[in-house]
Write a protein that binds this ligand. Structure first.
Ligand SMILES: N[C@@H](CCC(=O)N[C@@H](CS)C(=O)NCC(=O)O)C(=O)O
Length: 267
């Protein structure tokens, strides 16, 4: 039995769910960010982050580790390219999605979904647009002459899609006139069943009242997201957030020695 502790609004959780769907793995989904499931999530991930999976009692946390685990255990329909160069590229784009694109988009999203009375600090949206433009440009070049980021559909496409699907709503879209290859790729993704299903799940989740049962007053701040906001000069704003009590810190994510929390081999 495989349980995904996820959330339909979390790009990392969506990445893992897309992989499960692509590989045709049966799983049950628990909304790990809902207040109602707080204790269940704490049992599998001390950091209180989604995604995490429980596969017959073996717990795996962190999306890239989960996907690597799924790739080992469910080897059919591989998502990492077999040739070395494409493998390196696919990992690099997965990492870029996780650690570069996610921080920018999430850091400008708080004024959309969080409960707050202030406005986005001046210049933050422009900083996001400037940084994203360099990423869109690189992706557009990478997609020249290719249907998918690394040739065949791979983890690169799956990791990027959930983030890029939110860019219009966050007012940082990639225009067809400037980024034709990227725009065509996004259309190609949307036409594929797994991505269409992913968008439908997120849309349905946002429309239901249960989606309000997550923490929306305090922001959960972790490494990459802090790095981007500080690197763009918003340290005073960030310190004020801490002083005003609007920050939630992740707990220490130390692997436990028991099978339930650990990384020991299965079976
Ligand atoms: N490096 C982690 C990042 C996961 C992450 O940032 N999860 C966020 C949701 S997107 C989370 O669980 N935040 C806790 C919260 O918002 O309370 C991964 O790749 O799985």
């Amino acid at each position: 039995m495989l349980t995904l502790f996820g959330n339909a609004f979390s790009p990392f959780s969506r990445k893992v769910q897309l992989v499960l769907e692509y590989k045709g793995v049966d799983y049950e989904m628990v909304d790990g960010l809902s207040h109602a499931n707080h204790d269940r999530l704490a049992e599998v991930n001390q950091r209180l982050e989604v995604p995490a999976i429980d596969h017959d009692g073996l717990i795996v946390v962190n999306s890239a580790d989960i996907v690597a685990y799924l790739e080992r255990v469910f080897a059919d329909r591989p998502l990492y390219p077999s040739d070395h160069e494409s493998w390196v590229k696919a990992r690099a784009w997965e990492r870029c999605a996780d650690t570069v694109i996610d921080p920018i988009l999430v850091d400008i999203s708080y004024w959309v979904w969080a409960i707050r009375e202030d406005k986005m600090p001046a210049g933050l949206l422009d900083a996001a647009r400037a940084d994203l433009a360099t990423i869109y440009e690189a992706l557009d070049q990478q997609l020249e002459g290719r249907d998918w980021v690394c040739g065949e559909l791979s983890i690169a496409d799956i990791a990027l899609f959930p983030h890029l699907s939110g860019t219009r709503m966050l007012q940082v879209p990639f225009d067809q006139s400037r980024y034709g290859n990227l725009f065509a790729w996004y259309k190609r993704c949307r036409a594929a069943q797994i991505f269409a299903d992913d968008l439908a799940r997120t849309k349905a989740y946002l429309a239901e009242p249960a989606s309000m049962d997550i923490e929306r007053e305090k922001i959960f701040w972790r490494g990459d997201r802090i790095e981007w906001i500080l690197a763009r000069g918003y340290h005073e704003w960030f310190v004020n957030e801490i002083e005003e009590g609007r920050v939630l810190w992740p707990k220490l994510g130390i692997p436990a020695s028991t099978k339930k929390m650990g990384g020991a081999g299965r079976g």
